[in-house]
Design a protein. Structure first.
Lengths: 104, 158
């Protein structure tokens, strides 16, 4: 079960952010393509892609001898919805604080 | 979306000292940030405030700044009930109180979401704080790219 915290954790790495950005830019990308653009081994790229795939930020599809990866918007939407929900909870708390402070 | 912080503000028609009481006194905190019962609050830097969230558990938040009546901040490990909040498992909640002509402006900022699940002791090449800007910026880009918008390429740096 992936939590939004897992998604944030996966995002909290500059290399993975760069990978996500590159994949989004290309539409789809393989580890070999990505290794050509970054100073990291293909094996290192595969490890990062696995982390991103585990939390649903990318999805891979077999294509010939390699997997082609694509960014999945759903995980990004979940993260955004979670932040919005958290903000709403603060609005409710602040409104309660206001009510308590103004009641004498 | 994709901000690493939540920022909210409200205007309150009460003096600043009164708002500080509501933010720090057990009976009040238990009401707006608990299940209605007064909670344990050790109001000093490094002191622990217990937030009882009923079936979700008890949260051991840790004060960072206690500067009445203007600034109050604590770390809150919302994903880790019964664990004392530290720098690796929690977000930072900061309240800023400002006296206004009509009462008090109360602002809350909760920040540090991107670093919550970084396990303690993990060696990053740089502190996660330095990546936060990148996290926010790149996530926005990715959302735009996924939505089919045209965005200029990122400068390549390592």
């Amino acid at each position: 079960m992936t939590t939004v915290e897992d998604v944030f954790g996966a995002l909290a790495d500059p290399t993975r952010l760069k990978l996500l950005d590159l994949i989004a830019q290309h539409g789809t990308a393989t580890a070999t393509m990505l290794a050509d653009e970054l100073p990291i081994s293909r094996q290192g790229i595969v490890q990062h892609l696995t982390v991103l795939a585990d939390v649903g930020l990318v999805a891979g599809r077999r294509s010939g001898r390699e997997r082609r990866f694509q960014v999945r918007a759903e995980a990004l939407d979940d993260a955004a919805a979670w932040m919005a929900d958290r903000a709403l909870r603060w609005d409710v708390r602040l409104a309660t604080i206001k009510e308590l402070a103004e009641r004498q | 979306m994709s901000e690493d912080r939540i920022e909210r503000e409200i205007e309150i028609a009460a003096p600043i000292g009164r708002v500080w009481e509501v933010l720090t006194e057990p009976a009040y905190v238990g009401t707006w940030f608990g299940v209605g019962v007064p909670n344990d609050i050790d109001l000093r830097p490094e002191g622990i405030m217990v937030l009882d969230h009923g079936i979700y558990g008890k949260y051991l938040t840790r004060f960072v700044t206690v500067s009445p009546p203007h600034l109050l901040s604590y770390r809150w490990a919302a994903a880790y009930p019964d664990v004392v909040a530290d720098d690796s498992n929690s977000t930072l909640v900061e309240f800023t109180l400002t006296a206004t002509a009509t009462g008090t402006a109360l602002r809350v900022v909760e920040s540090g979401f991107a670093s919550v699940t970084i396990p303690a002791g993990r060696e990053e090449r740089a502190g996660i704080e330095s990546h936060t800007d990148g996290w926010v910026r790149v996530l926005d880009r990715i959302a735009d790219l996924v939505a089919g918008k045209v965005v200029p390429p990122l400068p390549t740096s390592t």
